[in-house]
Design a protein around this ligand. Structure first.
Ligand code: LLP
Length: 437
């Protein structure tokens, strides 16, 4: 197996040149469960949970909090794992809330995001005892205050503010800039306005501030720049309004290795550097350190996942390129079409062959943008019936899957201690028509 393939330690090869994932033969998984198939490594998810949990405990003690951003991958088993790892969650919709509730997740540890919570969303979340709302705007603040009053309860909130940071990642996933649909900007004075407003709401309990600046960050730098602006804002609000946050949630965005040329995130080092800065800067500003939260989504689940496809048609257009078609596509992986995202792929039964054929791997959807990856190298013997693996698909794949072209979504099989078990069954054709009246 070429070094470029082994982008995470759960990827290996047996003596026959077959791809092993989390200690299980991927060809056997494809045979047993069919393709396309999402495979997830439970041990790796737990390992990432504990590296974040340990790093934050070391840096901040009791004052550290890790929220798994469940938009990255949301199904019942994930919430069970996260609950048993004692992490909190961020949820962004009634669907994620419902799934977490059905999984028995302790909802007092859930934080409800979204820039547009309808009254029904708010009622649903309160009904389901969601512990904290991350309030995005003044309109939401007033609706939530009114509805909490109707329920006769006091709702804990944190306020989402935009620090004005552009992390230089993909435009579509940059969320901390002033010009953003999320949150209230510090720069324009709206963050101060919403804080003053929140403190007057009789049915809301102000708990702190939240921000999120972007994705795929491998180093502490952007988090430190963000923390600086946020702590200055905290100090400013303390002096002007007399409020002090119990929690300062700095959001997610930790990077993941999709291809060999990318680094592997060093969780300890990154959290350590951010923590060191925060502690010093609080002293410099003369404020107490609030609890510090992070919301990793991708970093918890991405490299715990892999997708298995079966190769179908191969087509060479002389002078142009070779297309390798698989039995999935943009319905189970929209990320190349949306972001031009890079991936590592390998033919699962042919790791001992040279990847000497340049080709583009495409899906089966009726759309020419239905591409998994362009101009990659696979063995020239690749042919119909081969199993093709696409690595690092644990985050934003199942959660962004669609039924375009009425294609059923794949099953998810989990591996724990080298044993496989199903977590989400494959959609059937009848599932597709069940909603039609
Ligand atoms: N917290 C908030 C408020 C967020 O908006 C996000 C991601 C996260 C946490 C988690 O970020 P992570 O640690 O996973 O990078 N669909 C895109 C990613 C969109 C991320 C949106 N927000 C993708 O496939 O790359």
């Amino acid at each position: 197996m070429k070094d470029e393939i082994r982008i995470c330690k759960n990827i290996s090869e047996n003596e026959n040149g077959e791809l092993m994932f989390a200690g299980v033969n991927t060809l056997e998984l494809a045979e047993k469960y069919g393709t396309p198939l999402y495979v997830m490594d439970e041990n790796r998810i737990r390992e990432m949970c504990s590296s974040f949990r340990d790093a934050i405990a070391r840096e901040f003690g009791e004052k550290g909090r890790i929220l798994y951003a469940s938009k990255a991958c949301s199904f019942k088993r994930i919430y069970e794992i996260i609950a048993s790892e004692k992490l909190h969650i961020d949820v962004v919709s009634t669907g994620e809330i419902h799934t977490a509730v059905r999984a028995g997740f302790p909802m007092q540890n859930a934080y409800f995001h979204s820039n547009n919570k309808t009254d029904n969303d708010i009622k649903f979340a309160i009904d389901n005892k969601v512990g904290h709302f991350v309030v995005d705007n003044v309109e939401e603040l007033e609706s939530l205050n009114r509805i909490a009053g109707e329920f006769g309860m006091k709702q804990k909130i944190i306020l989402r503010v935009t620090p004005g940071i552009d992390p230089h990642t993909f435009e579509a996933v940059a969320t901390g800039k002033v010009d953003s649909k999320f949150g209230s900007a510090i720069e324009t004075g709206q963050a101060e306005e919403i804080t003053a407003h929140a403190l007057k709401m009789e049915n809301l309990i102000f708990e702190g501030f939240h921000c999120h600046v972007g994705s795929e960050l491998f180093e502490a730098g952007v988090f430190i720049d963000t923390a600086k602006i946020m702590l200055e804002f905290v100090a400013d609000m303390y002096h002007k309004l007399g409020c002090f946050p119990e929690l300062l949630d700095l959001g997610g965005g930790f990077g993941v290795r999709y291809i060999a040329s990318q680094p592997t995130l060093d969780v300890d080092k990154t959290i350590g550097e951010i923590g060191g800065f925060i502690k010093n800067y609080c002293v410099q500003l003369g404020i107490e350190m609030p609890s510090i939260g992070f919301e990793p989504g991708r970093a918890i689940v991405a490299d715990s996942g892999l997708t298995l496809y079966t190769v179908g048609t191969l087509k060479t257009i002389p002078g142009y390129k070779t297309y390798v078609s698989v039995d999935g596509g943009m319905t189970d992986n929209i990320r190349y079409a949306l972001y031009g995202a890079e991936y590592t792929l390998a033919v699962a039964g042919k790791l001992n062959e040279d990847p000497d054929m340049v080709c583009s791997v495409v899906g089966k959807c009726c759309e020419s943008g239905d591409i998994i990856q362009e101009n990659i190298k696979l063995p020239s013997s690749t042919s119909r019936g081969d199993i093709l693996a696409c690595f690092t698909t644990g985050a934003y794949h199942y959660s962004m899957a669609s039924n375009y072209n009425r294609i059923p979504r794949p099953a998810i099989v989990m591996i724990a201690d080298k044993k496989d078990y199903p977590a989400v069954r494959r959609e059937t054709l009848d599932d597709l028509t069940n909603l039609d009246i």
